[in-house]
Ligand binder design. Sequence first.
Ligand SMILES: Nc1nc2c(c(=O)[nH]1)N[C@H]1C(S)=C(S)[C@@H](COP(=O)(O)O)O[C@H]1N2
Ligand SMILES: [Mo]
Length: 320
Amino acid sequence: MNIIRKRGWELPESEATPEAVFFNRRSVIAGLAGAGALLAGGGFSRPAFAEEDPSASLYPASRNEAFTLDREITPEKVTSMYNNFYEFGSHKQIASAAQALKIRPWEVQIDGLCDNPQTIGIDDLLKKVSLEERLYRLRCVEAWAMAVPWTGFPLAELVRLAAPKAGAKYLRMETFLDPDTASGQRASWYPWPYVEGLTIAEATNELAFLVTGVYGKPLAKQFGAPLRLAVPWKYGFKSIKSITRFSFTEERPVSFWEEVQAAEYGFWANVNPEVPHPRWSQASEQLLPSGNRVPTQLFNGYGDYVADLYKGMEGEKLYM
Ligand SMILES: Nc1nc2c(c(=O)[nH]1)N[C@H]1C(S)=C(S)[C@@H](COP(=O)(O)O)O[C@H]1N2
Ligand SMILES: [Mo]
């Protein structure tokens, strides 16, 4: 048995049980069965949820074939029951707890250095964009990986709607704050709400994707409904969930994990097999749910899209 250590400030993210235990097939399956039982016991069922979602008619969206994979899509029953969403607990079986999240009404605030600051409801935002499906790899800094069929729209579209001013250098993103709903937010040693940030060049890169759905349906809550980011060339923690606020800033935002442990989780967090995490190697990753090990790829295999963003920045800690 593994012992989950409670001192989250000491071992952020990887406080997760040891990899060896996660990827023992039997324990992954046992964990999934456990999550399934919780879901059934909690009276939650996916079809009921899908019917309730006012955006359900927008799915499935057509697939953008430009984004292909070198691996199988990870089954929904795996990705929907193995999540990092610390707002609902510092372990992977948060799917049941996350059903407490209220995703309507859901207002998104856009502010800071832009010409069109606004507060917009998620369904009004959805009317201004067109959705597409993209198959993306997802690589967690903890060295496990999945492949997920996200539905959403380019983050560049939201940036365009906001019309950033010339002085805007970064896009800061923030998750909801509601400790009554999200018991993890009562853990006062974490700097809630969850915050992430990108440069404007990163945010407007073609790959940066705002996700509203997955597996051809509206996003289930544990994935970060109703609006989360997917930046697949970076470690998973950059892909902030359940976003309520976008701010254009001149100063570089300090992200959640950077604030918790700057020596281990930096701003850039680009995937690189050659730069180990201070406590483990990043040379390979384990695919869920098989646990098969495959080599990690620079920029998680997306160098053709993003390598140019980092030209001339060799002095920066780009890979942590
Ligand atoms: N708000 C918020 N966003 C978050 C996290 C979180 O704890 N809270 N975890 C991150 C991490 S570490 C990963 S690996 C991915 C996991 O996404 P998934 O559960 O959809 O696979 O979400 C990221 N986004
Ligand atoms: Mo992660």
